[in-house]
Ligand binder design. Structure first.
Ligand code: ZN
Length: 139
């Protein structure tokens, strides 16, 4: 769907905050309803998900310790009448090995976040039969 570019933000999330809730808090504070997110930094004890299609739910992978947030990519849209952040992450361990998936939660040690606001008709996530909450597709 077509959007125009709104404001752009570059900021740091304070240590100790949970990454996704801090992004949502920021979006609410600045009235960002739709946007894209990217970030780098370091996360503690991140939990990532792998969606198991047959079970219609996420398998939760709990990583222990400190991981480089090599990259986070995602978007902001509306779910349950509120801004919602959908973020995927690449996480590196001390040997440089990578883990990746759908971010469920992660405590911030450092997070430098870039948000680009998009202006237009809001995208709304709706529960689907496959267990996910998705936007309508353009027919
Ligand atoms: Zn996902």
């Amino acid at each position: 769907m077509g959007f125009s570019k709104g404001r752009v933000f570059l900021f740091r999330i304070p240590e100790g905050k949970e990454f996704l809730s801090a992004v949502v808090e920021f979006a609410k504070k600045h009235n960002v309803v739709i946007g894209t997110i990217s970030a780098i930094g370091t996360l503690k004890n991140p939990k990532i998900g792998y969606f198991e299609e047959e079970k219609k739910q996420y398998k939760v992978i709990e990583l222990k310790g400190i991981y480089e947030l090599v990259s986070a990519l995602g978007n902001i849209s509306i779910k349950d009448d509120e801004p919602f952040a959908h973020v995927h992450v690449s996480l590196g361990d001390k040997e440089g090995k990578m883990f990746g998936g759908h971010l469920i939660e992660g405590e911030v040690f450092v997070a430098e976040v870039y948000i680009e606001e998009l202006l237009g008709e809001p995208l709304i996530r709706k529960p689907q039969e496959n267990g996910l909450a998705l936007w309508d597709v353009e027919e």
